[in-house]
Design a protein around this ligand. Structure first.
Ligand SMILES: Cc1cc2nc3c(=O)[nH]c(=O)nc-3n(C[C@H](O)[C@H](O)[C@H](O)COP(=O)(O)O)c2cc1C
Length: 268
């Protein structure tokens, strides 16, 4: 990446890493209930403190670009600080919703395109040592703490997951669950107590056979189509409209004002 070596590790498959082996450390996560998923916090808690202070950055994705989403990294940042990782840059990319309602293909495509164009610019900022902090939200720590009830809610709801008769027992869900919460016992799928509500099992089930308990009606089924994204306004055209407009405008300006050489290609 821009002449630097990057090692990406999947948190769920990594017990720990030696922070002293790296110059800079980044953590990326999807926002869940205005927080980082518990899995991410647990990973950071497991890390051994770095010998010296080093820079860190955070990347987060979420369905909507609300200011309130800025509170999601507060706990994470304080945990990172205890490990001598000082967060200098934070970036937030809008990504198509996987829960609540379905964005239109056009909106989803715009989000994807926007993120693709912003990422090299943001990488360069990190490498150039240009600090980027997100705007603070009043009482953020307290609000984030309340929303962390979702961790408990995930475990409660996870036990209510069920498979229907379309399940062919392929075992894919068992393999991809980040918390190893799904097991196959005597040919039957069992959902344990450690669900983190990522819903990966259900989204990636080829047969759409996994029903996600109380949230089944909110699940966004099927992939977004980027080949020929349609232009209709969808069912929630006014939902957080101002925030989306601001997000795309801000991003457009940043993209317009930056031209970056990225792996021999010019990215504008
Ligand atoms: C359990 C759960 C909680 C979520 N909470 C939020 C939220 O608080 N704010 C938000 O903007 N998006 C929220 N989302 C949407 C995701 O952040 C968004 O769809 C995600 O960033 C897309 O990345 P993914 O497909 O890799 O999960 C939530 C999604 C799930 C599954």
């Amino acid at each position: 990446m821009l002449g630097n070596e990057v090692e990406a590790v999947q948190i769920e498959k990594t017990d720990t890493i030696n922070l002293d082996d790296y110059d800079t450390v980044g953590i990326a996560y999807p926002i869940h209930a205005f927080n980082a998923p518990e899995l991410v916090l647990k990973f950071v808690k497991r890390l051994q403190k770095a010998k010296d202070k080093k820079n860190a950055y955070i990347i987060k994705t979420s369905g909507e670009p609300l200011w309130l989403n800025n509170i999601s990294s507060l706990k994470l940042k304080s945990l990172l600080k205890k490990k001598n990782l000082i967060v200098k840059n934070e970036y937030h990319y809008c990504m198509p919703y996987n829960i609540i309602f379905r964005h239109t293909d056009k909106m989803a495509y715009n989000m994807w395109q926007t993120a693709q164009q912003l990422i090299p610019i943001d990488c360069k900022e990190i490498l150039d040592g240009k600090e980027v902090k997100l705007k603070r939200f009043p009482f953020g720590r307290f609000l984030a703490w309340i929303f962390r009830i979702e961790y408990w809610g995930g475990r409660f709801n996870g036990k209510r997951y069920k498979v229907n008769n379309d399940c062919v027992k392929c075992g894919r869900c068992v393999l991809i669950c980040p918390t190893n919460n799904i097991t196959m016992e005597d040919g039957e799928l069992k959902f344990g107590k450690n669900c983190m509500m990522c819903m990966r099992c259900s989204f990636l089930c080829h047969k759409n056979a996994i029903k996600i308990g109380l949230f089944e009606k909110w699940k966004v089924n099927g992939v977004y189509n980027f080949n020929n994204p349609n232009g209709d306004e969808g069912t929630h055209k006014d939902y957080c409209k101002k925030s989306y407009i601001k997000y795309f405008k801000r991003s457009e300006e940043k993209i317009k004002n930056n031209t970056i050489k990225f792996e021999s290609e010019e990215v504008v």
